[in-house]
Design a protein around this ligand. Structure first.
Ligand code: GDP
Ligand code: IMO
Ligand code: MG
Length: 422
């Protein structure tokens, strides 16, 4: 199948960036379909680590066209500086050639960032733990039909009118809420300047992608976040504000729902940044040890990631939701020297057991865990399944058995070549 969609299976940071960079070698287009610069996708290149937030993870390959789809919310000022940063690493970016931006993608404004941080402050101990980058308010304004789109940045009259319309509504409650009112002229100046820089890349990306698909081009759709952060299917309200599962791949690109291969990325253990339920979380020294072994600190905010056991209930749920054909299991090398445990069910406070992810009360679900024998070998140089220690093989097979999804690719290190294909 010429179109492949890559989605995160839990709460993000599963190693999508690494896997997409790896798969992009055989791809013509790499397309981000959702989220914004809340995402942090890490590539480990010979020249060192590169963290991408908005630019798709195929950008290192000179032959790929990288597309920021209409489902992404774009902070144009951030995007300009990210382009500069990537270019400084010696990676060529030519807007309109290897980087296209959907004219329909909505814009994150400075006001959205302030609103995001203000809302978190109001939530107090019930905070979501957002990245504070304005993602939620930008998507909210898209739904409220007062948002600005990237194409507006190229149309001075429309830009001013759209900013005025948005400010009219927001300033009506910003001032009484203690937020500084939006300065329309300052925003217009900043956005028009960013628009000038990005002009050559702002196109009807949906039309380009539909034509490419028709012509048989190989398209890789790059998910951001993970299925359990999906605004509708995730652990609401502790989610992001976009459709992070496969559903977002159609609405977020303008591609029709023709068949595609869906690849789910899951870590060999579970992590989460920010607040919200996490049944298999390790709140003890073992969790701290796992955080250090896996270098589990957020790629975007640097926050320590919460760590826990692999959760086959959550993975089975997400795989079903996303229509996953196969899983890529990442970070297996990190589990060297750790006890291995899998969650295979939840016990609820009323004494019942479930093997399904509930929409409510996940915070009081207790994990049912099974033990497996661990391994002590260094896996980073292993390149075939048969060469893995028997206990590591058995762990992979147990995950397949409990999730019902085949694992065809195993990642044993952050670098592109540290991969085992089965
Ligand atoms: P993404 O948001 O899904 O792209 O993931 P992030 O880049 O935020 O976080 C994944 C982290 O794991 C990054 O630091 C990667 O370099 C690293 N990583 C990816 N795959 C592997 C792997 O197989 N083993 C190890 N040790 N690290 C990995
Ligand atoms: P990648 O693509 C991990 C989390 C935040 C917070 C919640 C809402 O790198 O996997 P938001 O700023 O989106 O309103 O925050 O979602 N979050 C992520 N966690 N990886 C990400 O992206 C995330 N993007 C958002 O920590 O809990
Ligand atoms: Mg990340």
């Amino acid at each position: 199948m010429a179109t492949t969609c890559v989605v995160g299976i839990l709460w993000g940071d599963e190693g999508k960036g690494k896997v997409i960079d790896y798969l992009a070698a055989d791809t013509d287009f790499v397309v981000r379909f959702g989220g914004g610069h809340n995402a942090g996708h890490t590539l480990v290149l010979p020249s060192g680590k590169l963290v991408l937030h908005l630019i798709p993870s195929g950008i290192v390959h000179p032959h790929t066209v990288n597309v920021v789809g209409n489902g992404v919310v774009v902070d144009p000022v951030h995007l300009c500086s990210e382009i500069d940063k990537v270019r400084q690493r010696g990676i060529d970016i030519v807007l309109g050639k290897n980087l296209l931006l959907s004219e329909r993608a909505h814009v994150i404004l400075e006001a959205h960032r302030r609103q995001d941080q203000w809302a978190e402050g109001l939530r107090g101990s019930g905070k979501i733990g957002t990245t504070g980058r304005g993602i939620g308010p930008a998507y909210a304004d898209r739904c409220a039909r007062i948002g600005l789109r990237l194409g507006d940045l190229l149309r001075p009259e429309r830009l001013r009118a759209a900013m005025q319309g948005l400010a009219l509504q927001k300033n009506a409650w910003f001032a009484p809420s203690g937020l500084a009112p939006i300065d329309v002229e300052a925003a217009v100046r900043e956005l028009a300047a960013a628009g000038d820089r990005l002009r050559a890349g702002i196109v009807d990306a949906g039309a380009v992608l539909r034509a490419a698909q028709k012509a048989g081009k190989r398209i890789l759709l790059e998910g951001a976040q993970g299925c359990l952060l999906d605004v509708e299917h995730g652990t609401y309200p502790f989610v992001t504000s976009s459709h992070a599962s496969t559903g977002g791949a159609f609405s977020g690109t303008g591609l029709p729902p023709h068949g595609m291969r869906v690849v789910g990325i899951a870590k060999a253990y579970a992590t989460r940044v920010g607040e919200g339920p996490f049944p298999t979380e390790l709140k003890d020294e073992l969790g701290d040890k796992l955080r250090i072994a896996g270098n589990e600190f957020g790629s975007t905010t640097g926050r320590p990631r919460r760590c826990g056991w692999f959760d086959t209930v959550a993975v089975r749920y997400s795989a079903a939701l996303a229509g996953v054909d196969e899983l890529v299991l990442t970070n297996l090398d990190v589990l060297r020297g750790f006890p291995l445990r899998l969650c295979t069910g939840y016990l609820l406070p009323d004494g019942t057991r479930t093997a399904d992810l509930p929409a409510f009360d996940l915070d009081v679900a207790r994990p049912e865990l099974i033990d497996l024998p661990g391994f002590s070998e260094d896996l980073r140089a292993v390149r075939s399944f048969d060469a893995l220690p028997a206990n590591a093989q058995a762990y992979v097979q147990a995950i397949e058995q409990h999730t019902g999804v085949p694992i065809r690719t195993i990642s044993v290190g952050p670098e592109r070549h540290q991969v085992i294909l089965r």
